[in-house]
Design a protein around this ligand. Sequence first.
Ligand code: CP
Ligand code: NVA
Length: 313
Amino acid sequence: MKDFIAIGDCTADELRELLHLSVQGKQIDKLGGRDKSLPGKTLAMIFEKASLRTRMSFQIAMTDLGGHAVYLKPEDVGIIGDREPAKDMARVLARYVHGIMARTYKHETLIELAKYADVPVINALSDWSHPCQAMADILTMYEHCGDLEGRKIAYIGDGNNVARSLAFACAKFKIKIAIASPRGYELDQRSLDMCNDLMPETAVQLNDGFEAAKDADIIYTDTWVSMGQENEKAERVDDFKKGNFQVNSELLSYAPPRAKVMHCLPAYRGMEITDEVAESDRSVIFDQAENRLHFQRALLKKLLFQNPKAKRR
Ligand code: CP
Ligand code: NVA
């Protein structure tokens, strides 16, 4: 594993190892231990968009591991390509740091960074995918459901970056996922096909949230308006409000009582989720947020520790 750009690029064994490292690291953390595997290592964190969880968890993970992170905010980098091309930024940063983490508008920017940087590159969210989120979600699901194989996630909402990475993670961990979206907001057919090629009968696309919720172990949702789609907000909210796409107590009544509620956050109460459900004891949204840190630590250790691509200095 040289970079972490997409779940589909990793083998099931690599992802299982990352899950195992996350569980192990979390146990050590809870006992007050510290794994200082990355002394003297520096991570550059490029953000074209806002962030709370991703920025904080990566920064703290690097500090915990004995290393250091440098934050480049949207005003510093602008839209990559406007000030300088991604391929130049990649080669400059690789002369300074041991790893690059980037949150970009275009997924192609990440691919370009990874192609030209001879240090590991991590996808911290693009318009196409959010693999670090999906792995923190798998960790959370493992903690709440135990064995993952054969479980079912009902993803209610936009067939977006979060839905796509989750679907690929489901294929890798043999979990089933029913995605319910309004017409026009479904996950693209190619991604669905790729997930089902990886593991037959992993992913199904529906247009009814109630139907998706049946037999689900997890009810998952995300914002109806992702970063970069702000000018489509009125139309999107209108389209999502027309069907059964809000995670509320009525939708939960279609799911088994054991089903937990997940959301990658930030959550827009009254839109994709009600405040009542987000605050209920079915909700594990803050466990997910915490697990971003435990997964990030495991990922950084795996990518930057003894990785020839991370040995610039
Ligand atoms: N879930 C997530 O990625 O949160 P941030 O946008 O705050 O990083
Ligand atoms: N789909 C959302 C996720 C935010 C963490 C977005 O891209 O804005």
